[in-house]
Ligand binder design. Structure first.
Ligand code: ZN
Length: 252
């Protein structure tokens, strides 16, 4: 609904989310045509023909509502296209963000400048290099966006289980074969999740309001005390303040 459309109207319904909206957001977006859409890590990218890119992050609870019937209190930014479609950025907890960045500078902007490769572009040689000499648990290292961008807690747990690697293992001590298995597992998990439309996490929903279905396929995530496919019980530990779910029988 956005690609190739002109943005006819922009309405800011408050001044900030996690941080302030760009003060000239309306002026720079109104009348611009959307020339491309993209993503880097967990940031969504909306490119315009004026050389600007709207960079958004959905934070904990954000979503785009498509053609909302009525506007709700938590719809903070409205975009209207030249063919009368409406998008509302809804974010009750306001951990999300919206920035406007020159398209040419996006790669060097803010946290994106530090990002490692996308999960689907990860290569064994690159990951081996990034993990080399690191004594932190592999679980924590995979959550570091500088090592791999946009891989969240759910997908790290699931990928480690598929690769049969313990989340507690030191990143720098994984064998070559383990790193190979891990890279394959990360790619598989992410591709399957995208195909399934994401994961259902409490208030998560796709823009069309349908829930994602990947959650039905979790093998370990959020399954503490339940059976792993091997028959052992899935365990939960806390690493770096985040829950890790794994099977001590399958994962070494
Ligand atoms: Zn198991």
């Amino acid at each position: 609904m956005l690609l190739g459309r002109r943005i006819a109207r922009v309405e800011l319904r408050r001044a900030d989310l996690r941080r302030a909206f760009p003060p000239d957001l309306g002026q720079r977006l109104t009348g611009a045509t959307v020339s491309g859409l993209g993503r880097r890590g967990k940031f969504g990218l909306i490119h315009t023909n004026r050389g600007d890119t709207l960079v958004f992050h959905l934070g904990m609870s954000g979503k785009w509502r498509v053609d909302p019937g009525e506007i709700h209190a938590h719809d903070h930014l409205l975009l209207e296209t030249d063919d009368g479609r409406r998008l509302a950025l809804n974010d009750p907890r306001r951990f999300g963000s919206v920035d406007l960045v020159p398209t040419a500078d996006v790669g060097g902007w803010g946290p994106i400048a530090e990002f490692g490769p996308e999960p689907v572009d990860l290569e064994p040689s690159g990951l081996r290099k990034a993990l080399s000499g690191r004594s932190a648990p592999i679980k924590a290292l995979l959550l570091d966006q500088r090592i791999v961008a946009g891989l969240g807690n759910i997908y790290v747990c699931e990928a480690l289980h598929r690769a049969r690697i313990s989340p507690r293992r030191a990143g720098g001590r994984l064998s070559l074969a383990s790193v190979d298995r891990l890279v394959s597992a990360i790619g598989e998990v992410i591709r399957e999740a995208i195909e399934a439309g994401g994961s259902t996490l409490r208030d998560y929903a796709r823009p069309d309001g349908e829930l994602g279905y990947f959650s039905k396929r979790f093998l370990v995530y959020d399954r503490e005390g339940r059976d792993c496919s091997c028959g052992a019980r899935v365990r939960r530990i806390v690493q770096g303040g985040r829950s890790t779910f794994y099977c001590a029988t399958c994962q070494h």
